[in-house]
Ligand binder design. Structure first.
Ligand code: GCO
Length: 261
């Protein structure tokens, strides 16, 4: 028996056209899952689906905005009709807007909350109803260091990701009785396009993160694969409402002075 097998499972992964979402989708696919990728723009989606197929994975793509509940409902219905039962949902799609709180436009704040928090609620509700009817499923919300910690310029993102942690606990509370496990993954600092602007050589944040992380490096997207497979598989059937931080140890420590090894 392979506790971690995802054979005969179908997984929706939102926004998995690059970065962490793509790395997690690849890991789920390699564990046997059929991949259903959603994205707000078509071009990136087509390229991503080609990428998954080139790896020998079964993958299809659906274009929609997870914050638009009317379109999302129609698309989730279409996905279930065409792809069959959905067993796994990964709420990965997200955005960040780095602006000091005193200058943040309210509309920009709302958009981050909409994509990073309301979107996962909409998708969880739509796919959750289907999982309730099927008596089981796995929902994985992609949280953040900012589910626990604040940082300059990311007030909207931290509010959304802190909210997403609590949405995870609340959905776990409500849906455990339907054999649905709702957990989160909290990536630490990873080398992706999202962190590119704060990772460039010479940026003070680059050195800060390397010294702040006990592992002494930025995460590689593939570092998330094992946790994604675990939380999507029957190996985690009694794990519910948790956020697993895959952070090289950041949250375990107060950090160290810049001149200490
Ligand atoms: C930032 C980063 C973070 C990361 C990540 C940390 O500006 O601090 O972009 O927000 O993206 O979510 O876990």
């Amino acid at each position: 028996m392979n506790l971690f097998s995802l054979e005969n499972k179908t997984a929706i992964i939102t926004g998995a056209t690059h970065g962490l979402g793509m790395a997690m989708a690849e890991a789920l696919g390699k564990a046997g899952a059929k991949l259903v990728i959603t994205n707000i723009t078509e071009d990136a989606l087509i390229k991503a689906v080609e990428h998954y197929k080139a790896l020998g994975l079964e993958a299809s793509g659906y274009v929609f905005d997870v914050t638009d509940e009317v379109t999302a409902e129609a698309k989730v219905t279409e996905i279930i009709e065409k792809e069959g039962p959905v067993h796994i949902l990964v709420n990965n799609a997200g955005i960040i807007n780095r602006v000091p709180a005193e200058d943040m436009k309210v509309a920009d704040f709302r958009r981050v909350i909409d994509v990073d928090l309301t979107g996962p609620f909409i998708m969880s509700q739509l796919v959750g109803r289907h999982m309730i009817a099927n008596n089981g499923g796995k929902i994985i919300n992609i949280c953040s260091m900012m589910s626990e910690l604040g940082r300059n310029t990311v007030s909207a993102y931290a509010s959304a990701k802190g909210g997403l942690k609590m949405l995870t606990r609340n959905l776990a509370t409500e849906w455990a009785k339907y054999n649905i496990q709702v957990n989160g993954i909290g990536p630490g600092y990873f080398a992706t396009s999202q962190t590119e602007p704060i990772r460039v050589d010479g940026h003070p944040f680059n050195d800060f993160i390397i010294s702040r992380t006990p592992a002494g490096r930025w995460g590689k997207p593939e570092d998330l694969g094992g946790t994604a497979v675990f939380l999507a598989s029957e190996a985690s059937d009694f794990v519910n409402g948790q956020v697993v931080y895959v952070d090289g140890g950041i949250l375990a420590t107060i950090g160290k002075p810049a001149n200490e090894n």
